[in-house]
Design a protein around this ligand. Structure first.
Ligand code: ATP
Ligand code: MG
Ligand code: MG
Length: 407
């Protein structure tokens, strides 16, 4: 068998770490650009790693010199350098070496700006929440008033770039909120979005394959899951979604597959959606990489977890007949978010051990990160093979403890 290409990854957080776990099983070499003690490098001592920031152009070029294909674990990166590396190349011993980037730098650039991302989906006739750009500087207040007139209250004020875990979101409920919104958000490039009183949030991971000429080969959707957010941050994921008709879940998979078809490059994509009261779906945003809503696939779809799919897609070795059907009847993923104290989550870890002999399987993942309030430091997946098991009830002590830590 030909030697597998070396994959370079920008960012070595928990997603990079879980990708590394899978790469190790498959004998795939992963080279990480991030700080020396990042979660991915803690479990992979490759001496080709590049130490530094994944935002630093020179470090990205250095990573490109050391690998055959580049990927990312985060979309908030410098796409100008990635474009240069993919199209012009990087200097190696007096020669230029082009390194492909997956997903495409064009996709990363588009998705990086949440406003432009949705302009793109709207052009493709896909459902999004009504949105408008917000003017910066002295015009910001007028612009907010305009948004309130168009959308009514409440509406969402959002950072176009760089946000995660809801950190760039500000809900404006009344004119009295304008002043604080200006103070908190004025340094950011912004847009406003109609607030959608959804019944649930769903997400679908999609695997996209492409040949070396950049032509689409296939799009494969994982099952729909329900994501639960508390204060803008994902805390729980349910497979299957609770109380959502099968037809709606299938529709969500179709929407997500349609989204992936409009993008470029190989890899997995997460499509976050709102399920409205009338059972219609609206796209919230897309993540061009493995995603929190797909962690459950490690145990639920072990033959093709989202991490394995990411590697297979990048290397273009996805079997065309692949079916992404879970091997379990149900799964729940609980994020472990840091609490008020460094060790707030220890009681939860103890609890997973004390529940080990019950009728569900419990899988604890800790990312090797120090704890800070609200920081994602690990997750727990519980699964059941029995269609009759009430997994939510079985997992109730864990769910209660996860919620308790955050308070
Ligand atoms: P992520 O960590 O998923 O990248 P983010 O910082 O990009 O998060 P969003 O996905 O835009 O933020 O929003 C986070 C959450 O805030 C959503 O999952 C949803 O719960 C809520 N939210 C965002 N936009 C709206 C909206 N227009 N109407 C109602 N709720 C919303
Ligand atoms: Mg986001
Ligand atoms: Mg989101």
């Amino acid at each position: 068998m030909a030697k597998k290409p070396v994959i370079g990854i920008l960012g070595g957080g928990q997603l990079g770490r879980m990708l590394q776990e899978q790469a190790a099983l498959l004998g795939i070499e992963l080279v990480v650009l991030d700080e020396g003690n990042c979660p991915a490098r803690q479990i992979n001592q490759n001496d080709k790693h590049v130490t530094g920031s994944f935002k630093d152009p020179e470090k990205i070029r250095e990573l490109a010199r050391r690998c055959d294909v580049l990927t990312v674990e985060i979309e908030h990166i410098n796409t100008e350098v990635l474009e240069e590396i993919a199209t012009v190349g990087v200097q190696v011993g007096g020669q230029m070496k082009k390194v492909p980037v997956h997903p495409s730098w064009e996709t990363l650039r588009l998705i990086q700006d949440k406003y432009l991302q949705k302009v793109h989906f709207e052009k493709e006739r896909m459902p999004i929440a009504p949105q408008m750009p917000i003017e910066p500087g002295a015009s910001m207040l007028d612009s907010l008033q305009e948004a309130a007139k168009t959308f009514g209250f409440p509406f969402m004020l959002k950072a176009r770039k760089g946000s995660y875990d809801g950190r760039g979101n500000f809900k404006i409920s009344r004119p009295g909120d304008f002043e604080e919104a200006v103070n908190v958000m004025r340094k950011l490039s912004l847009y406003a979005e109609k607030f959608l009183p959804f019944q649930k949030e769903l997400a679908v991971m999609v695997l996209r394959t492409e040949n070396d000429e950049g032509e689409l080969k296939g799009v494969y959707a994982y099952p729909a899951v329900e994501t639960v957010h508390d204060e803008n941050i994902c805390t729980k994921v349910f497979y299957p979604p609770r109380g959502v008709p099968t037809g709606v879940c299938e529709e969500a998979r179709k929407v997500a597959s349609g989204v992936a078809r409009t993008l470029k490059g190989r890899g997995v994509f997460a499509v976050e959606m709102f399920l409205l009261q009338d059972d219609t779906l609206v796209i919230n945003e897309v993540a061009p990489r493995p995603h929190n809503s797909g962690h459950y696939t490690i145990e639920a779809i072990p033959y093709m977890s989202q991490y394995k799919a990411q590697l297979y897609s990048i290397l273009d070795i996805v079997p065309p007949s692949i079916k992404l059907q879970p091997r379990v009847s149900g799964a729940i993923m609980l994020n472990i978010l840091g609490g008020a104290a460094q060790d707030s989550h220890e009681s939860l870890v103890d609890l997973t051990q004390s529940l080990y002999d019950s009728s569900m399987d419990i899988f604890l993942h800790l990312y090797g990160k120090s704890s800070k309030p609200g920081r994602k430091i690990g997750h727990i997946t519980v699964t059941s093979y029995s269609p009759d098991a009430n997994l939510e009830q079985l997992a109730a002590p864990l769910i209660k403890e996860v919620d308790h830590i955050r308070q």
